[in-house]
Design a protein around this ligand. Sequence first.
Ligand SMILES: *[C@@H]1O[C@H](CO)[C@@H](O)[C@H](O)[C@H]1NC(C)=O
Ligand SMILES: *[C@@H]1O[C@H](CO)[C@@H](O)[C@H](O)[C@H]1NC(C)=O
Length: 235
Amino acid sequence: QNLLATWTISERGLLGLKGDPGERGEPGLNGTKGSPGRDGLVGPPGVTGIKGQKGEQGPIGECLPGAKGDVGIEGAKGEPGTKGDSGGAPGENAELIRSAFSVGLFPSKSFPPPGLPVKFDKVFYNVEGHWDPELNKFNVTLSGVYLFTYHITVRNRPLRAALVVNGVRKLRTRDSLYGQDIDQASNLVLLQLSEGDQVWLETLRDWNGVYSSSEDDSTFSGFLLYPDPKQEITV
Ligand SMILES: *[C@@H]1O[C@H](CO)[C@@H](O)[C@H](O)[C@H]1NC(C)=O
Ligand SMILES: *[C@@H]1O[C@H](CO)[C@@H](O)[C@H](O)[C@H]1NC(C)=O
């Protein structure tokens, strides 16, 4: 300090000695605000974010019917089917629901004794055997509705005849022809009969003019018209 002061004196002559430095001044006012800087450069891409949560199910979409398709091509012929099962059990023998007879009188048997079954032993039909040629009666073996008819040639003697069922005269016929004229007495009836019933024809008292010759037949016929429906047999 002293050395510097000494040198200064020698350059400028004799001057007063330099005083001590002043006190430090107050800081200056802040400068005005600068203009905005330029935009910075684009930064590097950020890190990939976390996967978001699953969204809610959307509403049902609208569905319209599509257009009708074309007719398909005809398929190939199928394989033949397997053979069917055999049919049911054989049906009831039709023979069993048949019953009929048709019988006549031989000429030698004209004027049969009255009060007894007329002996018709000229058989036209008795395949089922329900006409009993020994008893001269028709045996009912199937319950049902039967038709009976007789056509009796009458000659020389008058006739009173009756269709008898189990001893009861059900149907009567009368013809009072006399002399050599020939006539025919007949009748027909339907009867509901049961198995075991017996039917025959007989003449009454002396009116037994049942006649037969090579030119004249006297016949008695009957058959099952409607069999009764099958019923359970209870013992
Ligand atoms: C000047 O600037 C300084 C630093 O930014 C700040 O602290 C101070 O308050 C300012 N003074 C005035 C008068 O604005
Ligand atoms: C007819 O019925 C009677 C009485 O049941 C029996 O005796 C007779 O043998 C039967 N006749 C025939 C041909 O079945």
